[in-house]
Design a binder for this molecule. Structure first.
Ligand code: FNR
Length: 176
């Protein structure tokens, strides 16, 4: 599986980023590219959402188009998804790249992103992504789950994440 990971956190030691980095450890048949341009995207405006798209927007759209699937992993800030992530998603609304794309949502924060998780699912479904509700995860333990070298060492969480990736594999093998 060729996965594009999009992290909603810009924090250098982000646990959501760490979850995405752990994907090949959890699913050895998976390659993951983690999108690193979220902070370089301009603020979304319909006035700028015209051809040619701003270069970073074009790069994001190409990465989404080339991926077989998306894994969006995000924290919650003040009971909402991070503004930078919503901005990135807004740039994908008018394109065709995300429509029908198999998408997993992992939400890692102390509350399991109680509010942001359903919000993110709703936004992605509104954008016509193929959101796998049965593979969506709210993670409360991510910050304690990694060794200093970045390896995921929480076996229970590892199993849960691997099952979620298994759902993605099944969906790609049998699209709706
Ligand atoms: C948070 N955090 C947080 N957590 C939560 O569950 N609900 C919330 O409403 C908030 N609000 C919030 C506001 C601000 C300004 C900060 C800095 C933090 C905690 C945050 O989700 C948590 O630290 C995550 O672990 C951050 O994700 P990364 O950076 O580890 O990926």
């Amino acid at each position: 599986m060729r996965v594009l990971g999009i992290s909603g956190s810009l924090r250098s030691d982000s646990s959501n980023h760490a979850l995405l980095r752990a994907i090949p450890q959890l699913a050895p048949d998976c390659t993951v590219v983690i999108y690193d341009g979220i902070a370089a995207l301009p603020h979304f405006s319909p006035d700028r959402d015209v051809e040619p798209a701003p270069s970073e927007v074009a790069r994001l759209r190409t990465l989404v188009r080339e991926a077989e699937a998306l894994v969006v992993s995000s924290p919650e800030y003040a009971h909402g998804m991070p503004g930078s992530l919503k901005n990135a998603l807004d740039w994908l609304v008018s394109g065709v790249e995300i429509a029908g794309k198999a998408t997993l949502v992992w939400s890692a924060s102390p509350s399991g992103a109680l509010h942001a998780h359903p919000q993110l699912l709703e936004v992605l479904r509104t954008m016509s992504a193929d959101v796998l509700l049965e593979g969506a995860l709210q993670v409360t333990s991510a910050r304690r789950a990694f060794a200093a070298d970045g390896r995921l060492v929480d076996e229970d969480l590892g199993r849960t994440l691997a099952e979620s990736l298994g759902r993605l594999r099944q969906r790609l093998a049998a699209p709706p």
